[in-house]
Design a protein around this ligand. Structure first.
Ligand code: 6PG
Length: 251
């Protein structure tokens, strides 16, 4: 399906809309399948969303039937400020009544190769045959100023045969060693939300949404076969998009 692009005045409105979608997809998944499987992203953009889920939207969620995974993770200890799991734990998971067994962090105490293999086994526990991984009900993704998403970086191989791989990256001084889910998993999802804010991403976003260059812009590799991609963009990140790209203005 063609991606939707939703524009918001600012990160606050974008985050509030994303929280509403998160809660809505959770309700639908639990009603239809008895559980909600969601993969979170790291970085700065989702922090406000996580705060809203921990407070304003906390009671709209059935946390006992929600399972939290990560689309990628930096290979650092959970208490490291750069840990995506650690960030979500402090802002969200420690503040809601989600059972510990429903939170599935990457085992970053293992080396990246072992952590990748271990996480693939974690995914397999929730697999929908013939797949070896789950169909996530929702995947949250960000986009770097270089067009990366999760830890799929420019120049990395487009066709991947493994669901989870180790990656070494150099981006804004963030931890280099990571593990990432690959498009095999992301493209099995029912819903993918890209959360993109800030003027620094405006030019890249235009290329991602209008060019065809998945090697250079890994965010273009995310195109679920039977799922919906929605780009949630604030006006600062959307400034370079031609007006025709404005499919919907949400206020
Ligand atoms: C990570 C993310 C990564 C992030 C982008 C955007 O672990 O860093 O998975 O893909 O979403 O780098 O990061 P910001 O939200 O900080 O701009």
């Amino acid at each position: 399906m063609k991606p939707d692009v939703l524009f918001f005045k600012n990160p606050e409105e974008l985050s509030r809309a994303a929280a509403a979608i998160f809660a809505s997809r959770a309700l639908q998944a639990i009603r239809e399948r008895g559980r909600f499987l969601v993969a979170l992203n790291g970085g700065a953009t989702p922090k406000r969303l996580f705060q809203l889920l921990a407070h304003d939207f906390r009671k709209k969620m059935d946390w006992a039937k929600t399972h939290i995974f990560w689309g990628d993770e930096r290979c650092v200890p959970p208490d490291d400020p750069e840990s995506s799991y650690g960030m979500a734990k402090v802002i969200l998971l420690d503040r809601v009544s989600i059972p510990a067994e429903n939170v599935h962090p990457v085992k970053t105490d293992l080396d990246p190769v072992a952590a990748s293999r271990d996480y693939a086994l974690t995914l397999r526990r929730f697999a929908i045959p013939p797949l070896d991984w789950p169909r996530f009900d929702l995947v949250l993704l960000g986009m770097g100023e270089d067009g990366h998403t999760a830890s799929l970086f420019p120049g990395s191989p487009v066709d991947m045969t493994e669901p989870v791989i180790p990656v070494t990256a150099d981006y804004q001084g963030r931890p280099a060693q990571r593990i990432t889910l690959t498009p095999l998993v992301f493209n099995s999802a029912r819903d993918v939300l890209f959360l993109v804010t800030g003027a620094g991403k405006a030019v890249t976003l235009t290329h991602v949404l209008n060019d065809i260059s998945p090697v250079q812009y890994p965010a273009q590799r995310i195109w679920p076969v039977e799922g919906q991609v929605t780009w949630m963009v604030d006006e600062a990140a959307g400034t370079a998009l031609p007006p025709t790209s404005y499919l919907k203005i949400e206020r």
